[in-house]
Design a protein around this ligand. Sequence first.
Ligand code: ATP
Length: 642
Amino acid sequence: MPCMCSSTACWTAGQPAPYLHLARTFDLVEREKGRIKTTAMLCNMFRSLLALTPDDVLPAVYLCTNKISPDHENIELNIGGSLVVTALEEALGTSRSKIHEMYKTYGDLGDVAQECRQNQMLLAPPRPLSIRDVFSALCKLSAISGSGSAGRRKILVLHLIRSCREMEMKFLVRTLVRNLRIGVMMKTLLPALAHAVVLDGKCSKDPVLSLEGMKSQLQELSTEVAEAYNVIPNLDLLIPYLLREGAAFSASSLPMVPGAPIPPMLARITNGLTQSLKLFHGRAFTCEYKYDGQRAQIHRLSDGSVHIFSRQMKESTSRFPDLVNMIKEQCSTVESSFILDAEVSGVHEELLFTLLERGGKHSSVAIRNIKVDICVFVFDIMFCNGQRLLDCPLRQRRKYIHDLFQEKPGHFELAQQLTVEAAQASVDNSDTLDSMNSFFKLACQSSCEGIMLKTLDVDAGYSASKRCDSWLKVKRDYVEGLGDSLDLVPIGAWYGNGRKAGWYSPFLMACYNPEYEEFQSVCRVMSGFSDEFYKEVKEFYSGDRILPKKPAYYKTDELPELWFSAEQVWEIRGADLTLSPVHHAAIGLVHPSRGISVRMPRYIRSLPDRNPEDCSTASDVASMFRAQTRKMEVSSSSDIQD
Ligand code: ATP
């Protein structure tokens, strides 16, 4: 048990780390804006955990990121703000109305709880909380279900709240309402941990390091850890492996495990076949149909079980009994574990979407009972029988697929393809362009969205989570205005006028810049919405989702009447892209001081499967802008796509 005094100095090796240690770090980090100092603070915290109780590193990382499990497990904490307020009322002796009143002033339930606790007379010091106490209580909260669950949850929350010391209250309450607000992202957290591992030095590559050597090892390990997390965003796998390997950790040796999804590789937008052929000049590549369905990552474990994950890495297995059976049939004679990338297409497209992306409690029994005819089009393999294939070139990965599977037309097919060898990969080769054009037409006639082009030998690995130059897409609707739509996040709005009075209109839309962790405005959108949608959005963006002020990480010169928290992603299509003095999208990427904006934007649909950080990035917007400029330059070019 941790020491009863309020100091963390009494914490000794082997004892559970006090939660106070984490809360104090959060408090320091919250006050600090600079990333270097924040990294150093987190690094110090991890160093002490590594020195005294390394088992607490994983729960500490989870608590820093406000998560309790890998995203794909879809585990929710299952407690609402109302339950937390009820527990606060009881534990702090402050009335609900007082809490609500204070909330209006502070805008944060953690701050309110902290203030109430400071004014409370305690008869005895609370029993200290440890990091693992808090983490395991959160895990228990997420597992409570069935009758009387609200009461059981309240008891657990009350116990946690009553045990809080110093600033623990503020951060515990924020954790419970899923809004830690210390601004720590993986981008800061993982380097901090990597630094701690290097400085801890237990598994150092070189025990006697010069200052320069130390600096380069800090940098090297941070890069490796970040890369490993991009490919396998699963802390349960990453952290223990990092702690075991120490400074010798390398991203490419982190074992892949079927059942743990990997972020899909994505394609770059191009404006036609000529442009793509120019980009792949002199390199062998394959053209594949770009099927119009939903992406499915298919995992077969060595015990024979099959798991399906959506593009957002959400488990969708239970929604696809037919697909699961199909894979099991395919493998009836072979004992193999694998991870496949595929597109699932079916007759009831809208339904398919619901099945794959919504998952969980939203899908009704009725949906489950409808029979959907599906066909799986397999186009990649990332893991096979214990072997990580990410670094194998696509030609080799394709061979694995061909060796492993038998096609069953209309049910289980390998993506239609046309191979262009390096010697033929040139715009001057009219035969190549002709056969690509015919292939493209066939794809469109087969109800595909267009085609994908992928390098086969050079730079042809599977780059998980990246939008790469080695995968290009040519879509048939690129001729209609913008070559591709943008997936943008509403970050603010104005109050509507006239027919739209009472609703929000227009909305301020933003793309994401992962480099600076900023949302950068792209345009105002006010067309393409139904009245029903306006009502839904009005209800959705209320309460906590309206921010008291513009967050520092929203970049725009626009001044909407309301700022929204970044929650939804909407697909937006427009006429073209222009440089803008007001919008900040991709600022500095194509022009030093101007951003890029979409002309005549209209709303197409919401993308419930996307996280805000997975919307179009600043560099996507810049690529589209450049592609469009090139398209204008070559508009007189001859082939049917260009
Ligand atoms: P889009 O909206 O164009 O589908 P995206 O952002 O979902 O874009 P991209 O990588 O840009 O993903 O485009 C490829 C998408 O096309 C994949 O996500 C996948 O769902 C689908 N697809 C269909 N056929 C293929 C194929 N043969 N190879 C790769 N992806 C394919």
